[in-house]
Design a protein around this ligand. Sequence first.
Ligand code: DOR
Ligand code: ZN
Ligand code: ZN
Length: 420
Amino acid sequence: MADVCVEDGRIVYVGPRPAGPARRKAPAIGKFLVPGIIDTHVHFRSPGHPHKEDWESGTRAATSGGVTTVCDMPNTSPPTLTRALWEEKRALAAAASRANYGLWVGAASNNFDEMNELMDSRDACGIKVFMGGSTGPLLVDDATLARVFAETRGLLGVHAEDEALLVGARERFAGNPTPDHNEVRPPAAAAAALRRLVELSRAHKRPVHVCHVSTSAELAVLEDVRGIVPITTEVSPHHLWLSTETTQGNFTKCNPPIRDEIDRRALWTAVRRNRIDTIGSDHAPHTREEKLLPYWDAPSGIPGVETTFPLLISAIRQGRLSIERMVQLCSEAPAQIFGFHRKGWVKAGYDADFALFTEVDLVKLTTSDLLTRVGWSPFVGQKIGLKPEQVYVGGRLVAQRGRIVDDDVRGTLVRPGDSR
Ligand code: DOR
Ligand code: ZN
Ligand code: ZN
């Protein structure tokens, strides 16, 4: 139990009996205070897609769910490959983001100077590499991947699925209008890509954050090199909560796919045994209309930035996770891995981004609980936890019980290496 004092957006004191009076007080007796979630994996859409998510709707959803920092991925449209596009996205975020924001730069064969400029200036939070095609066009082939390791600097975030294996499987199912997505993009493709990544990371001693680990095969690859290569890992809530037994057609079509029960359980074991470092939602806000298209035309991805916290609270309630482990996965580890040194902890000197909650019974999620513009979630109808009672960004109360109470708050750019 302690008091937390905030001044100018920073935590200035944590402990008993603070010295001076406060201008404003928020009673928190009997409640838990945790650092805000740092979701380093979201896809918010850019201009030209008014029906999809933008920075306003996306970060309202985020903050309502206890996410106080988001890192946006490049395969949004237009993809963040050039300095100019990166700056355009930064301007959009600066004007509209209710959460703090980091911006990835995407790797392609023709933007090496810009990748290095954005990383050396510490403006981009990392370089995102797609080893397998997903929503955007595939921009990194084998030769480019090798060059990315040899010629760029900083943290690499990788979508690891082997393109050659994906193409082969896709051809085998081409005549089938409703194939099993987990067979079209099989677990072996993820494990093969990860093996190559391990070799590259080992050879170049390069930090790699592997996005959305989804299979026991990948966990086995990682177990063999634990402590030897500088690889860290992310898991997405949909891979922890959904399996091929509970898919909902295209609404749960995502890349990498929802896997079978054995994989899902292996992921939970890995989470509990500290074999997974972070949780990232991979928030991919495709609309209902798009999801109702035939299998081959429907885009992959699941909206999730605002359901991470309620889902994790349900795991805590059910005894599958501790609050401490949730904080490690969602706040401390992302801050450490990405070098956001002012974030991730409720401690003096850190930014005042946090969430206040009480343990409550689980309730059914409804569409009216959602603030994402796409207005759907595969978890609607499931009994999960509530959004936090209060969420603070930079010391300002932005959301209360899932509703935005101050729409004027704007976050700031988070940069790797930011110091306290
Ligand atoms: O399912 C996915 N959706 N996986 C990705 O890698 C991209 C994402 C999106 O942006 O649609
Ligand atoms: Zn991905
Ligand atoms: Zn993604």
